[in-house]
Design a protein. Structure first.
Ligand code: SF4
Length: 328
């Protein structure tokens, strides 16, 4: 339960056997728990990673630090923080599952409501597969490339664990923020304030307005929406990443600055991001790509609806050029 505090059994245990809310929030004997809860959130925010264990075998302390962490995240109530924290918790669970036996993995999958059978391989109902594999962008995750039998997708154990990680992250994100009452806000006020400030600092470090000569007022609505989505920690589709990277490269942003923007994303992967930027900017591929035309952006669902200037142009780069000329 300490390793999988998001499972129903763990919540039930805390409800029936754990301390009262008042004890958890205020009792001096629970100070370590509150400190651990804070550390969970801080590490997720600063490093994108929560260590496997921090309590040297004190499982109750470890388990109780989870509700404290959730109260702190809820007290801040920031979408970026929620996504980054949920991702780090889900990744911690994924690492841990790789060393567990199949019976244990089945237990986790059942708790998450998966329709599956586990023998040597796993058979997962295609609807669950689709729901949780949507974030996986490589072709070999696409449903058309899977082996299907009676509506069930065959998966290896590692892939199943990867799907479970997505399900854990989604569950956590859907549960947060919790409603936090005055008692929680008063008891954890200092910690909530510290994390709120850290969250703002983290977001501020990557704001696109800070990017050298590039003026956000010249950027067309489609690209502004994509930038905002990254700043809020939302997932953006591959087509959106391609369009935005090519756009930013073409208006003169350095690869380092583009990289800095993407590093704000909760599912940021350093190596993959560097490769994609290097490919689109021509540093790796030898070809400098341009963003798609407006008609293609519309067909991708990436055009939020044209403003006055948009109606006169056919390409997002022209929007930026014309706005630049107007400024004189
Ligand atoms: S019309 Fe073109 S430039 Fe304007 S928001 Fe849509 S895609 Fe972007």
């Amino acid at each position: 339960m300490a390793e999988y505090p998001f499972l129903e059994d763990a919540s039930e245990f805390i409800r029936s056997e754990g301390p009262t809310l008042e004890e958890l929030l205020l009792h001096p004997a629970r100070e370590e728990v509150r400190r651990d809860g804070m550390s969970r959130v801080r590490r997720a925010l600063e490093e994108g990673r929560i260590p496997d264990t921090s309590t040297e075998g004190d499982y109750l302390r470890e388990l109780l630090s989870y509700p404290i962490a959730r109260m702190i995240v809820s007290g801040v109530g920031d979408a970026y923080l929620i996504r980054r924290y949920s991702l780090a918790e889900a990744e911690k669970a994924r690492r841990n599952m790789t060393s567990k036996d199949n019976d244990f993995i089945s237990l986790v999958a059942k708790d998450l409501g998966m329709d599956f059978r586990m023998d040597g391989l796993v058979l997962l109902h295609f609807s669950d597969y689709l729901r949780y594999s949507v974030q996986m962008k490589s072709k070999d995750w696409k449903l058309v490339n899977q082996r299907l039998a009676d509506g069930y997708v065959r998966l290896g154990r590692d892939r199943f664990i990867r799907v479970l990680k997505e399900a854990i992250q989604k569950r956590m994100e859907s549960e947060l923020p919790l409603a936090v009452n005055d008692q929680i806000l008063n008891a954890l006020g200092d910690k909530i304030e510290e994390i709120a400030n850290l969250t703002e600092e983290k977001k501020e470090q990557h704001k696109v307005e800070d990017m050298g000569r590039i003026r956000i007022t010249r950027v067309p609505p489609c690209m502004r929406d994509l930038i905002r989505a990254i700043q809020l920690g939302k997932h953006i589709p591959h087509t959106g990443r391609f369009a935005l990277t090519a756009f930013l490269h073409n208006i003169g942003l350095s690869s380092d600055d583009i990289f800095r923007l993407y590093s704000l994303s909760p599912d940021f992967q350093e190596g993959k991001t560097k490769y994609q930027i290097g490919h689109i900017s021509g540093e790796i591929s030898g070809t400098e790509y341009t963003p798609p035309e407006c008609s293609t952006m519309q067909s991708y669902g990436l055009c939020p609806g044209p403003d006055g200037l948009c109606k006169r142009i056919k390409h997002p780069l022209n929007y930026y050029r014309i706005k630049g000329r107007k400024r004189g």
